[in-house]
Ligand binder design. Structure first.
Ligand SMILES: *[C@@H]1O[C@H](CO)[C@@H](O)[C@H](O)[C@H]1NC(C)=O
Ligand SMILES: *[C@@H]1O[C@H](CO)[C@@H](O)[C@H](O)[C@H]1NC(C)=O
Ligand SMILES: *[C@@H]1O[C@H](CO)[C@@H](O)[C@H](O)[C@H]1NC(C)=O
Ligand SMILES: *[C@@H]1O[C@H](CO)[C@@H](O)[C@H](O)[C@H]1NC(C)=O
Length: 410
């Protein structure tokens, strides 16, 4: 897989950012975000420093000029608020390590749950980095590739704090660490337990040497994915709420970030129970609410995702990943080919209809899942509504349009 993090879609629009520069945290963080993903030649910034008559700019940009020449490794350490990799036990205290339970896996690595210092359950996504040895049949990620995931995870997580376009539908990123060393024994024990109970497709991570690097993304605990929820969700009413929550989250991210998920299969939609009856989101400044039906949705895994921050596009060039487009046997695999048809195999451009393709796929899964309850009176109507959604949703150009026009959500 060939990641292109970051791509300069067009000229970095620093001048407009600087024109009305008052150092509020918004501008500051966006500028920082923009600069943290791109290696600029020092010259451009230098010219701007000189032509700018504001002394405060000068000092500000001096700091940022230093930043601009950072290597991908240094940028990752900076994102982790570290200068260098730390030993495992400095990042994850022994007591937290003992509590860990493996909850998921992918070719990227392993996911464990544990508790954080506030006593909340969190998920640790642990990804080996930069080594030469293949892991789970794939090359290890580089610092540059992991930066793609870090940036997108941060941007989507922070959508819950925005004033105009706000959603809680993307998994919350709590912390980031870069560690060095062999895989800790507690994690290997948890790995074995998972393997005995569910069977693992991954290599047992016991072969890493002392100098091996890992990135640990610490997320809020989002619940159980849909793939592991067949037969456990209460009713079709819950399915409808899940579809509504996913559509709303995608719509908000489209508006704010020109986001496409590009890999929203049912393993990447987490569901947890809630006592809240209503959920809310903000779209273009307008408050909207929806019925939770007792569940909250969290979207995960941005390894194929694309978004824009100002004029910077962050995407993953999968144009030459032939395997990805050859899958058979599930509608999921058709979606990769359908996305490619729409964007002509150019993965940097924005085609929000790919989000609609995934909604269509998710709807088919939700319709053919098993539910604990029949759903009682009204279940028949909901099934009909979901079927209509399935028959009609592809006509909409984006999740935003689907959210605004589909009768299912009115
Ligand atoms: C612990 O996790 C929760 C959410 O899962 C988060 O809100 C909280 O900030 C975390 N605490 C610390 C100390 O990181
Ligand atoms: C929210 O979305 C609207 C509509 O796309 C967009 O114009 C606006 O800039 C977004 N809000 C922010 C704060 O970026
Ligand atoms: C994708 O499209 C953009 C804009 O249309 C263009 O600048 C870019 O070169 C294209 N990329 C590829 C790989 O064809
Ligand atoms: C869910 O499980 C049932 C059997 O319990 C099966 O018939 C159905 O196809 C499954 N749904 C999906 C989407 O795999």
């Amino acid at each position: 897989m060939n990641f292109s993090t970051p791509v300069r879609a067009s000229r970095l629009n620093l001048s407009s950012l600087l024109a009305d520069f008052t150092p509020n945290t918004h501008t500051w963080s966006r500028l920082k975000a923009a600069l943290s993903v791109i290696t600029l030649g020092g010259n451009l910034l230098w010219c701007m420093c000189v032509t700018s008559s504001l002394l405060s700019f000068f000092f500000f940009l001096q700091v940022e000029c230093g930043d601009a020449d950072l290597s991908d490794a240094e940028k990752v350490y900076a994102e982790c608020s570290q200068k260098r990799p730390l030993p495992w036990e400095e990042c994850i205290l022994p007591q937290r390590m003992k509590q860990c339970v493996k909850i998921g896996e992918g070719t990227f690595g392993e996911v464990f749950s544990t508790t954080n210092t506030s006593g909340d359950t969190v998920a640790l996504k642990i990804i080996p980095l930069e080594g030469t040895e293949q892991v789970n049949g794939e090359d290890q990620k580089t610092f540059g590739e992991i930066l793609h995931e870090i940036i997108i995870s941060k941007e989507l997580s922070s959508l819950k704090e925005k004033q105009q376009n706000q959603t809680h539908g993307f998994i919350g990123l709590i912390d980031l660490h870069c560690v060095q060393g062999c895989y800790p024994a507690d994690f290997l024990n948890a790995w074995d337990t998972f393997d005995q109970q569910k069977g693992s497709e991954n290599d047992r991570p016991d072969f890493f040497e002392k100098d091996q690097l890992f990135i640990i993304l610490e997320f809020e605990f989002g619940g159980i994915d849909l793939e592991n929820s067949n037969g456990t969700l209460a009713s079709l009413g819950v399915a409808k709420s899940i579809l509504h929550q996913v559509t709303a989250a995608l719509a908000v991210a489209e508006q704010e970030l020109h986001f496409e998920h590009r890999d929203l299969h049912w393993g990447n939609v987490l569901v947890k129970t809630t006592k809240e009856k209503k959920g809310s989101f903000l779209l273009n400044g307008a408050t909207n609410s929806l019925e939770t039906k007792g569940v909250l949705v969290r979207i995960i895994d941005y390894s194929l995702s694309r978004l824009e921050i100002d004029d910077l596009t962050v995407s993953c060039d999968i144009s030459k990943d032939e395997e990805l487009f050859m899958g058979q046997g599930d509608y999921q695999f058709d979606i990769y080919r359908l996305m490619r048809q729409e964007n002509g195999n150019n993965w940097s451009n924005y085609h929000p209809h790919t989000n609609v393709l995934w909604l269509h796929y998710l709807c088919s899964k939700l319709i053919s899942m098993k539910y604990r309850g029949s759903g009682g009176r009204g279940a028949k109507d909901i099934r009909l509504e979901l079927t209509r959604f399935y028959d009609n949703v592809l006509q909409y150009s984006s999740a935003t349009e689907a959210l605004e026009k589909c009768p299912l959500f009115q």
